[in-house]
Design a protein. Structure first.
Lengths: 111, 115
């Protein structure tokens, strides 16, 4: 079945550092890809998405590009802030099936 | 207005009790879901309803019974609660379309603690 693998955390960075969280997927067909973010004590919020190969999703300075050849959707941000501290989930969706999530990566940004 | 709401936000109860968690969405979506997030933050689908009909039922004990009185509501009833049921439960909704990403919107979660 479909699956998502993302780098295990926790990831600890200093403010203004460059962030990469790796995500690769296995799916039949052509899934849509998502990054969700969960701030402490809150539910999941959609951060960005891409629906087809070579699409780039972006939001709040975060970016991820749908790479079909490497089945990847890595999340990047050029300069992280303390407020970016959260758990980040990579996810995919094929057709009408529910989201399949990765295990989440906890990011801690220190001032 | 809250798009997907859940009540209660926190639920603390004794083993063996029966409890319910309610979910409502005001987005006009036709599909609703329940996810369970364990202590390691791993999220797993439990149920999915489309137009009040059950379409996905993952390997979940039959102590868990979802009920959808209408398209806007999907409640989760849990019988004979066990320690291992302690988790955060998230409700979500989406609109199943012919094309597109079918983005899911999540509720704030219900933290269930079984003592």
């Amino acid at each position: 079945g479909d699956s998502v693998t993302q780098m295990e955390g926790p990831v600890t960075l200093s403010e203004e550092a460059f962030l990469t969280i790796n995500c690769t997927y296995t799916a039949t067909g052509y899934p849509s890809l998502f990054w969700y973010v969960q701030y402490p004590g809150e539910g999941l919020q959609l951060l960005l998405k891409a629906t087809k190969a070579d699409d780039k999703g972006s939001n709040k300075g975060f970016e991820a590009t749908y790479r079909k050849e490497t089945t990847s959707f890595h999340l990047e941000k050029g300069s992280v802030q303390v407020s970016d501290s959260a758990v980040y989930f990579c996810a995919l969706k094929s057709g009408n099936t529910p989201l399949v999530f990765g295990k989440g990566t906890r990011l801690s940004v220190i001032a | 207005d809250t798009a997907v709401s859940q009540t209660p936000k926190y639920l603390v109860t004794q083993m063996g009790n029966d409890k319910s968690i309610k979910c409502e969405q005001n987005l006009g979506h036709d599909t609703m879901y329940w996810y369970k997030q364990d202590s390691k933050k791993f999220l797993k689908i439990m149920f999915s309803y489309n137009n009040k009909e059950l379409i996905i039922n993952e390997t979940v004990p039959n102590r868990f019974s979802p009920k959808s009185p209408d398209k806007a509501h999907l409640n989760l009833h849990i019988n004979s609660l066990e320690l291992g049921d302690s988790a955060v439960y998230f409700c979500a909704s989406s609109q199943i379309g012919l094309a597109g990403s079918n983005e899911q919107f999540f509720g704030p979660g219900t933290r269930l603690t079984v003592l």
